[in-house]
Design a protein around this ligand. Structure first.
Ligand code: ZN
Length: 465
């Protein structure tokens, strides 16, 4: 009996001891993990063992962690060894701790009081939510623009930008066409137009107020006043004079008494540079209505411009048949010389002269009514055309430089705007040899010389076609 007890005790002890040795234990590291969104999840490890063996290969791991998505995840570790089953769990929380970013896509420090601050471009991005521009709150607090945005995890970003207000904005008003328009009695007057803008208000052309009337059937000078007021309550006014003339008096009863030397059809290899030399020596500025010649003569147009003369446009081809066959053909031709002059001088010229003058009748051969159309259309397109009221005759009647001198000086008048037609075509020595004496006559008799600009009284002929 006693012996049995001892045996049972020993066996029991051995069983318990064996269980103690073999009983599996599972340890997992980091039971509660927090990781950032998009960070890689790496199992920090686990350990299944008993006192004799390592048993990691008996562990089953279950559970997915999608670190691209915020949330709580669980990873289960299970094992079954003989009759013992073991289970442990790891809790993983995927969080977003990163602040969204606000980007300002404008580069101005001064804004208008009426600027829609929401329209100043900005963007907001979040590492998790993506584009959250719509969630941005924009406020103007004193002199700061404050941009605030929070992402879906309540990470908040505040961005401030200092701004100044524009308080001195004044409107700008520009008249198209000439500031003085000469018209024959009974012809049509059409306002050449205007443009008004303001730094803060944008285009305010439709706010321009026009006062004054033109009675086309009555000789006289009419004043048209253009005015516009911006949202800052500042006003600008401009004036245009419309002079209605009797047909036979055009260019003679109204004028500034100045002399405008004009040279058509150049540049030329034989005349232009010598002419420029004389003008330079005499310190007189003139106007050149140029045509499209060889590019080797471009330097002469450059010189004209650099030396303070006006470079006007006289069409590229000067070919009546071509330019007066249609309006499209005329403007295509004009564009060629306009672009050329712009490329050479860097300045867009809008001063033009029609080949043959606006009064020419040769155009009838190619298109009836074309001069009536073009003389209006050029103004609509922002050009100003000039004819002349003194012809030197150098392309026709004048036989020599004495004739040129006489034709010019005998017609000069202090009471008119003296626009003199001369030519800069090849071998025109008649004019080249007369020009110094014409200048001398002008100076001796108290005239001043000027270049044609858009503000020069617009001397035009009667249109005959
Ligand atoms: Zn010509």
């Amino acid at each position: 009996m006693k012996k049995n007890v001892i045996i049972i005790s020993i066996i029991s002890f051995l069983i318990f001891f064996l269980i103690f040795l073999l009983y599996p234990r599972l340890d997992i590291k980091n039971k509660n993990m927090i990781i950032s969104v998009n960070e890689e999840y790496k199992d920090p490890g686990y350990d299944l063992h008993n006192l004799l063996f390592k048993l990691n290969n008996k562990v089953k791991v279950n559970g997915n962690v999608d670190t691209k998505k915020l949330g709580n995840y669980k990873v289960y570790y299970t094992s079954r060894i003989l009759f013992i089953s073991i289970k442990k769990v790891r809790n993983i929380k995927v969080v977003d701790n990163e602040q969204p970013k606000i980007e300002l896509n404008y580069d101005i420090d001064k804004i208008c009081k009426n600027t829609d601050i929401k329209k100043l471009e900005y963007k907001a991005f979040d590492n998790y939510d993506g584009d959250i521009t719509e969630k941005v709150k924009v406020e103007l607090i004193e002199n700061k623009l404050v941009y605030t945005v929070s992402d879906s995890s309540s990470n908040k970003t505040i961005l401030t930008k200092k701004v100044e207000f524009i308080t001195d904005n004044s409107p700008i008003l520009n008249l198209k066409g000439s500031e003085v328009i000469y018209l024959y009695k009974g012809s049509n007057y059409k306002d050449p137009g205007y443009i008004a803008s303001d730094e803060c208000d944008g285009d305010i052309t439709n706010k321009v107020n026009i006062e004054g009337n033109v009675n086309i059937n009555r000789i006289g000078t009419y004043k048209i006043t253009y005015s516009v007021i911006n949202s800052n309550n500042k006003e600008i006014r401009k004036e245009r004079k419309v002079v209605i003339l009797d047909r036979k008096n055009i260019g003679s009863n109204i004028g500034n008494g100045k002399i405008y030397l004009t040279f058509d059809d150049g540049p030329s290899t034989t005349i232009t540079s010598k002419l420029l030399d004389i003008l330079k020596e005499e310190n007189v500025k003139a106007t050149f209505f140029v045509t499209n010649k060889s590019n080797t003569l471009n330097y002469l147009i450059k010189r004209e411009y650099d030396e303070g003369h006006t470079v006007g446009l006289h069409t590229a081809s000067h070919d009546y048949k071509k330019i007066y066959s249609s309006s499209e053909s005329y403007f295509n031709d004009l564009n060629i010389i306009e672009n050329k002059v712009k490329n050479i001088t860097g300045k867009d010229s809008k001063i033009i002269r029609f080949p043959g003058g606006s009064s020419n009748t040769i155009s009838k051969k190619y298109q009836k009514g074309i001069m009536t159309y073009l003389t209006n259309e050029v103004i609509n397109r922002g050009y100003i055309y000039f004819d002349w009221n003194i012809s030197s005759g150098d392309a026709g009647g004048a036989k020599n430089s004495n004739d040129v001198y006489y034709n010019v000086t005998s017609k000069l008048s202090k009471d008119k705007t003296n626009i003199i037609l001369m030519h800069d075509f090849e071998n025109n020595y008649k004019t080249l040899n007369a020009i110094r004496d014409i200048i001398k006559y002008g100076k001796d008799n108290g005239y001043t010389f000027d270049v044609i600009t858009k503000d020069t009284p617009q001397i035009v002929h009667h249109v005959n076609n």
